[in-house]
Design a protein around this ligand. Structure first.
Ligand SMILES: Nc1ncnc2c1ncn2[C@@H]1O[C@H](COP(=O)(O)OP(=O)(O)OP(=O)(O)O)[C@@H](O)[C@H]1O
Length: 294
C-alpha cells in the first residue's frame, strides 16, 4: 500500500500553488491521475519517485517510511526502486535495445531481460539503436527498460499520448499485461477517458494542486443523464461528409463502428475526440454465441 500525505508549494504560471496530496493506493492497483494542465499530476509522480521533495508530510510504502518531514527521513530515488516511463522515451541513444535493457537490469539480470524482450515482442529489434525504431517501438522499449530493474511500482506519465490511435491501443494491451504479470502497483497520468476507463481501477481527479474527486472511472465519467438509455463511448477515427449527413468512424471497445449524424452534430467534432453515442430507441438484434459473424 502506498500512502502519500504531503504538501509542496509549487511555482505555477499565475503565482504560487499549494500541491496538497492525500492519496492511498492499494498494492496491485492501477490508478490514474487525471486533471487539467498544471494541476500537479507530474509533480505528484516526482514526489513519490523522490525527485521532488515535499515541504511537509509523510510517504509510506509497504509500511516503510520513504519521506517524513518531522523525522527528517527522505529515502533516495535509487533506493525506492520505481520504474518510470515518460511521454518522451528517454532511451540511451548510443545503446542498442538489449544494451538499454541490460544496463537498467544491472546485476538483477538473469533470464529477466530475455523474458521482457519476448513479452513485449522486441526480440527481432534487440540489436537496433533507438533512432532506427518507430515511436511505438521506442515506447515499448522504454516500458521494458522500466521493468528491467524489477520495480514494484510503475509510474507512467502520459506514456502513450504522443502515439497515434492504433499504436496506442496496442501499447495499452502491453501495459495491462505487464501490470498484471509483474503484480505491479501502477500510477498512470492520462487525459484520455477511453484509456482511463479501459486501464484503471481508480481515478484521482486533480485541480490546481488539490484532489477534487476520486472514484472508479464509471463513477467519475459516466453521465447519469445518458446512463438511463443505451450508450457506448468511443474515439473518432475519421469524419466524412456523406450527402446531407456526416459519417463518423469510431473505435468502440476494440471494434471499428460507423455511424451517421447530422452536419450540426458533427460541427464541433474532430478526429481523436471521445464521444458518447446514446439512444432511447434501442431495438437490438440478438444473435447467440460470442463468435457470430455479421
Ligand atoms: N520543481 C518545481 N518547483 C516549483 N514549481 C514546480 C516544479 N515543478 C513544476 N512546478 C510547477 O507546478 C505546476 C504543476 O506542474 P505539473 O507538471 O505537476 O502539472 P501537470 O498536472 O502534470 O500538468 P500537465 O498536464 O501540463 O503535464 C506547474 O505550474 C509547474 O510550473
Amino acid at each position: 500500500m502506498i500512502s502519500i500525505v504531503a504538501q509542496k508549494k509549487l511555482n505555477a504560471a499565475g503565482g504560487s500553488m499549494l500541491l496538497d496530496l492525500d492519496i492511498k493506493v492499494e498494492q496491485g492497483q492501477l490508478v490514474t491521475l487525471y486533471g487539467e494542465s498544471g494541476a500537479g499530476k507530474t509533480s505528484t509522480l516526482r514526489i513519490l519517485a523522490g525527485l521532488l521533495k515535499p515541504d511537509t508530510g509523510q510517504i509510506v510504502v509497504n509500511q516503510k517510511n520513504w519521506f517524513d518531514s518531522n523525522q527528517n527521513i527522505n529515502v533516495k530515488p535509487q533506493a525506492r526502486n520505481i520504474g518510470f516511463v515518460f511521454q518522451d522515451y528517454a532511451l540511451f541513444p548510443h545503446m542498442t535495445v538489449i544494451e538499454n535493457l541490460n544496463f537498467a537490469a544491472g546485476r538483477k539480470n538473469g533470464n529477466h531481460v530475455e523474458h521482457l524482450l519476448e513479452l513485449m515482442e522486441l526480440g527481432n529489434l534487440k540489436n537496433q539503436k533507438p533512432r532506427t525504431l518507430s515511436g511505438g517501438q521506442q515506447q515499448r522499449v522504454a516500458l521494458a527498460r522500466a521493468l528491467a530493474q524489477q520495480p514494484k511500482i510503475l509510474l507512467l506519465d502520459e506514456p502513450l499520448s504522443a502515439l497515434d490511435v492504433e499504436i496506442r491501443k496496442k501499447l495499452q494491451k502491453y501495459l495491462l499485461q505487464v501490470h498484471q504479470e509483474y503484480r505491479l502497483t501502477t500510477i498512470l497520468v492520462s487525459h484520455d477517458l477511453e484509456e482511463i476507463s479501459k486501464l484503471s481501477d481508480w481515478v484521482f481527479e486533480m485541480k490546481q494542486g488539490e484532489l477534487i474527486r476520486s472514484g472508479t472511472p464509471q463513477e467519475l465519467f459516466s453521465n447519469p443523464k445518458i446512463q438511463e438509455n443505451f450508450s457506448v463511448s468511443g474515439e473518432i477515427l475519421s469524419i466524412e461528409p456523406k450527402e446531407s449527413q456526416v459519417e463518423l468512424k469510431l473505435w468502440v471497445q476494440h471494434n471499428e463502428v460507423r455511424i451517421l449524424c447530422s452536419k450540426k452534430e458533427a460541427e464541433n467534432l474532430k478526429v481523436g475526440d471521445h464521444i458518447v453515442i446514446a439512444t432511447n430507441d434501442f431495438r437490438p438484434k440478438i444473435y447467440k454465441g460470442p463468435n457470430y459473424r455479421f
